[in-house]
Design a protein around this ligand. Structure first.
Ligand code: GDP
Ligand code: MG
Length: 198
């Protein structure tokens, strides 16, 4: 191990995806700095790191806040390949952004090519109830179909902001734990040989 890496806590890579204007940057900055930023440059993608405590263990979260560059397939695929978990955000006030989550989901699964990718469907701007276009039930149905959680957030009021990041980290962590790795490894091997796990 190189000297610089000694005592570095384990790193978990999270990618924010979703249409422009849904609040990806606002959620990220609220989580990182406890601030609601109303006018973050919409075309700026950036990444952030901080230490967090997960079930008594310190780990590092690395958040990539994407910003439309993923329209270029090659860039998008690289982003998605590097991610270990995904927060797929739409705005509850904008149907188009909800529809777009289907494309993001599809692209992520295609690039990751894994059975279970840590992924949460996020309905942001839940403080704007009077402008709601997507009912909770509708979003829950889609999440159930995908077998992922659905969580509503507000970057403005900080509702569920910590929860989405911590829940996702827990899923990533679980997937990386030695026990799960062992099962995944056996599954893959069995897939190749067409056998069954009893
Ligand atoms: P991004 O393009 O997905 O990164 O979206 P931004 O984070 O830049 O947010 C777009 C706009 O929506 C900004 O004006 C934000 O202030 C606003 N916004 C983001 N999240 C919320 C929220 O939870 N509630 C409200 N009311 N506005 C939000
Ligand atoms: Mg942004």
């Amino acid at each position: 191990m190189s000297k610089g890496k000694v005592n570095q806590p384990p790193l978990h890579k999270v990618i924010m995806v979703g249409s422009g204007g849904v609040g990806k940057s606002a959620l990220t900055l609220q989580f990182m700095y406890d601030e609601f930023v109303e006018d973050y440059e919409p075309t700026k993608a950036d990444s952030y790191r901080k230490n967090v405590v997960l079930d008594t263990e310190v780990c590092q979260i690395d958040i990539l806040d994407t910003a439309g560059q993923e329209d270029y397939a090659a860039i998008r695929d690289n982003y998605f390949r590097s991610g270990e978990g995904f927060l797929c955000v739409f705005s509850i006030t904008e149907r188009e952004s909800y529809d777009a989550t289907e494309d993001f989901r599809e692209q992520i699964l295609r690039v990751k090519n894994e059975e279970e990718v840590p992924f949460i469907l996020i309905g942001n701007k839940c403080d704007l109830e009077h402008k709601r276009q997507i009912t909770k039930q509708e979003a829950i149905n889609r999440a159930n179909q995908w077998n992922v959680p659905y969580i509503e957030t507000s970057a403005k009021t900080r509702t569920n902001v910590d929860k989405i990041f911590y829940d996702l980290l827990k899923e990533i962590n679980k997937k990386k734990s030695p026990e799960t790795k062992d099962v995944n490894f056996k599954r893959k091997a069995c897939k190749k040989k067409r056998c069954f796990i009893l």
